[in-house]
Design a protein around this ligand. Structure first.
Ligand code: HEM
Length: 357
């Protein structure tokens, strides 16, 4: 094997064709613009490679402890790549808005919005088509070529990581042990915590009466959010209004994992849930960072893909969360010292065991 042949460098390195050079007035910075985008697409490819394998493992009937270990290491790789993707924006920012304007019109109507791999990553993670911010009131696939639309439709029809994780959480054992009234004890602990918080607000030494009533209103919302954990009807209403997506059963399982993360058997599941939140947050950070760069480059001009530009991108930062229900679980956390004690039987099930099998 020869280095350049193995890596197909002649193809890779002859794939940069600045449009400005093609029309006879080369612009120096267009090469950077192309290479940065290509580097992104290569990393997107690697993320999809990892994601497909993770989805494959979750698609099996059972996920063994060893498989979960593999999932964790692949998610960790995705998280590390995402950090590079966020940092990489700085390189493109060495190009000034004026230099960009020298070739920007030559790109129209192409846009990063047409990055199929980016859309596939979002779909495979679990972003729903109906949650997407629309451009010109049209479905997001409308802006793509037919072959790309087909690839995206296939991904939309497959089970996303979100759906598979939801099913996995719903299968969590330990939650229905006879004689263990975890939820009742948990609810008592939550009520105590909320009552103490409300007292603190009411007797706050520096808050104005309006400030106090505003905070108390907010507490009512937190209270009804807690109540939805115990009331299936109330939870269904939150699902119908779009405030929640993860099923009540899966949410309760995730909360249990979060609360009892110190138990040996729950440590990997807890790390896994944290990684999903990390991936979501890194995606949001990238969207934010990209939107800021776009504002710096083109101000309030519309994008080459015909969106409102910075405004559209800002909306995606707010709306394109995937695992927000997992992030939200922090609202339901109580102090370690207030945690209901697990029955001895259950605790021993949550320990590590070594057998000859
Ligand atoms: C000068 C640099 C850049 C500018 C001015 C810019 C501008 C924009 C704008 C205005 C949009 C909204 C769609 C539209 O109307 O075109 C967009 C979307 C997008 N851009 Fe960029 N972009 C730049 C660099 C990049 C880079 C380096 C990437 C890396 C792949 C990228 C990936 C994307 C993606 C994936 C979207 C779709 C985002 C979404 O729909 O959530 N962009 N870009």
């Amino acid at each position: 094997m020869y280095y350049g042949e193995y890596l197909k460098l002649s193809q890779l390195l002859s794939s940069q064709s600045p449009r400005s050079a093609e029309i006879g007035s080369p612009v120096h910075d267009e090469t950077l613009f192309i290479i940065v985008h290509q580097a992104y697409e290569l990393w997107f490819k690697q993320i999809l490679h990892e994601l497909d394998s993770i989805v494959g493992l979750f698609n099996a009937d059972q996920l063994s402890q060893a498989d979960l270990g593999l999932v964790l290491s692949r998610l960790d790789r995705i998280i590390k790549i995402q950090k590079i993707l966020i940092d990489q924006i700085e390189i493109l920012e060495t190009m000034t808005p004026m230099d960009f304007l020298e070739f920007r019109d030559l790109l129209s109507p192409a846009s990063g919005f047409q990055s199929v791999q980016f859309k596939l990553i979002e779909n495979k993670l679990g972003l729903l088509p109906e949650s997407r911010v629309k451009i010109g009131n049209q479905d997001y696939k409308h802006h793509l070529k037919p072959a790309d639309q087909a690839a995206i439709k296939t991904a939309e029809a497959e089970k996303s990581l979100f759906t598979l994780v939801e099913k996995w959480l719903e299968r969590t054992p330990f939650l229905n042990i006879e004689g263990f009234h975890f939820w009742e004890s948990y609810r008592e602990a939550v009520n105590k915590m909320l009552a103490a918080d409300v007292e603190r607000i009411k007797s706050h030494p520096t808050m104005s009466p309006q400030g106090i009533s505003g905070s108390l209103e907010q507490y009512k919302r937190i209270e009804s959010s807690y109540n939805s954990l115990f009331d299936a009807g109330a939870y269904d209403k939150l699902i119908a209004s779009g405030e929640r997506r993860l099923s009540q059963k899966a949410t309760r399982a995730a909360l249990f994992i979060l609360l009892y993360r110190d138990e040996p058997v729950l440590q990997l599941p807890h790390t896994f849930l944290r990684q999903l939140v990390d991936i979501d947050h890194n995606l949001v950070s990238w969207r934010n960072r990209h939107a800021l760069m776009v504002f710096r480059m083109i101000g309030r001009k519309i994008g080459t893909g015909a969106s409102s530009g910075h405004e559209y991108l800002k909306n995606t930062v707010e709306r394109h969360y995937i695992f927000q229900d997992l992030t939200n679980l922090s609202s339901f956390i109580i102090a370690r010292s207030a945690l209901p004690k697990l029955p001895t039987d259950l605790r021993s099930q949550l320990g590590f065991y070594y057998t000859d099998e």
